[in-house]
Design a protein around this ligand. Structure first.
Ligand code: RFL
Ligand code: PHB
Length: 390
């Protein structure tokens, strides 16, 4: 089989890239190991940056985000006894949108149905070949057990942190940088109206907590827990008690309303960057190239930004310009490192550290970003998102 671009992975990066390429008239085949139902049910990110919404506008999905999502002007930052609102619109003129990754994926799936994009779900044994030449190919076994080879002009590795694309780049001498954290997040989804209008990021001596949401009737909350925590150690009551304490129930009459928990899981935290984000005709985008801890809400937004840079480059390559794509990695990495720093900074400012000196520094930093316009604007600029091209 022949196509112009093979996209490996149908997460948000792969589906959006396929959409942006399809709109440019590029022929695409998407390969995904999981089922469509599984991919569309994964509960992950919830905050879209301003520039992500602009890219989704270009993909024809902006209106649905505006219709079904919620615009947030900013976030609350708090520590015991104090809660401060940072108004991003006032500080940097940009807002963010609350809109779940599950919905982004589902809407992209519908757009592909309408466009008739070739997406093969539940494939196995995906292997990449000849990426250093001008005719790379990908082999896979489809769900009927048939082994197929697709030849292309380029391959996009959008297969997340455990897919086969990243090791192909690493094998050619790619460099990686990594930071692990000795805590994880315990995340829950609950059928209860949020107890806040905008997200609350809370520093507490017991550990960090975050109150997010998915809709007017569904809350999403997180607790810092030690790395290696088993979910069975946390009963629903224990989770709600810890959330109430860390989020400051009782202060100025604020209360956290508990409700039925419909999903709970433990997410490990790490930072990881792989460079270059390219080897020959293989281009990495999204989690395949980088992982950030979720504290800055950057993972999904970075995947979208990569793809916004990659789509025009691959379209030019498919149109016969062999030099197209040469600057992709360098351009994408500038933003990747900015977001890697911001995610690390938010994470280390807000998570419980056993060292008392570090705790005082964290509180001083929080005091500064909530009381100085310059400090607040720095956080707001990064959180609401920098331009796609830095
Ligand atoms: P994805 O979403 O992981 O999609 C990669 C896709 O590739 C498929 N795949 C393969 N396909 C074909 N062949 C193979 N051999 C393959 N191997 C794997 C996978 O099945 C999958 O469908 O990466 P993508 O598209 O780059 O998107 C990135 C985002 O998903 C990610 O950055 C964020 O969701 C990160 N993240 C969060 N980010 C936030 O900003 N806020 C959050 O609250 C948040 N929560 C999370 C998260 C990531 C999580 N993971 C990865 C464990 C919660 C979780 C649980
Ligand atoms: C979420 O709603 O899942 C979410 C929001 C903000 C974050 C992380 C996760 O920083």
């Amino acid at each position: 089989m022949r196509t112009q671009v093979v996209v490996v992975g149908a997460g948000p990066a792969g589906l959006l890239l396929a959409r942006l390429l399809g709109q440019r008239g590029v022929d695409v085949v998407v390969l995904e190991t999981r089922s469509r139902e599984y991919v569309e049910a994964r509960i992950r990110a919830g905050i879209l940056e301003h520039s992500t919404l602009e890219v989704l506008d270009g993909a024809g999905l902006g209106d649905v985000v505006r219709r079904d999502g919620a615009e947030h002007r900013g976030v609350y930052l708090q520590w015991p006894g104090e809660r401060h609102h940072l108004d991003f619109v006032d500080l940097v003129g940009r807002s963010v949108w609350l809109y779940g990754q599950t919905e982004v994926t589902r809407q992209l799936g519908l757009a592909h149905d309408a466009a008739g994009t070739q997406i093969a779900y539940e494939v196995a044994d995906v292997e990449l070949h000849d990426v250093d030449g001008e005719r790379p190919s990908v082999t896979y076994t489809d769900r009927d057990g048939v082994r197929t080879r697709v030849e292309a002009v380029a391959v996009a590795g959008c297969d997340g942190s455990f897919g086969p694309s990243r090791p192909v780049v690493a094998d050619a001498g790619g460099e990686t940088w990594e930071r692990t954290y000795d805590y994880s997040w315990l995340g829950i989804l609950a059928d209860v109206a949020p107890s806040t209008d905008e997200l609350i990021y809370a520093w507490h001596d017991d550990g960090f907590a975050l109150h997010s949401m998915r809709s007017a009737s569904v809350s999403r909350l997180y607790l810092q827990v030690p790395a290696g925590t088993e979910i069975g150690q946390w009963s629903d009551d224990r989770i709600w008690d810890a959330l109430s304490t860390r989020l400051g129930a009782g202060i100025d009459g604020w209360q956290l309303t508990p409700g039925p928990i419909t999903e709970k899981s433990v997410l490990p935290m790490r930072s990881h960057v792989c460079a270059p984000m390219r080897r020959g005709r293989l281009f990495l985008a999204g989690d395949a190239a980088h992982i950030v801890p979720p504290t800055g809400a950057k993972g999904l937004n970075l995947a979208v930004a990569d793809v916004a840079l990659l789509a025009p480059a691959l379209a030019d390559l498919a149109a016969g310009d062999p030099a197209a794509g040469e600057r992709y990695s360098e351009r994408a990495l500038r933003r990747v490192w900015r977001c890697t720093h911001f995610s690390w900074w938010m994470t280390t400012m807000l998570h419980r550290d056993d060292d008392p000196f570090t705790r005082q520094l964290q509180l001083s930093q929080l005091q500064w970003v909530t009381s100085s316009r310059a400090g607040a604007a720095g956080l707001a600029e990064n959180y609401a998102g920098l331009p796609i091209s830095l």
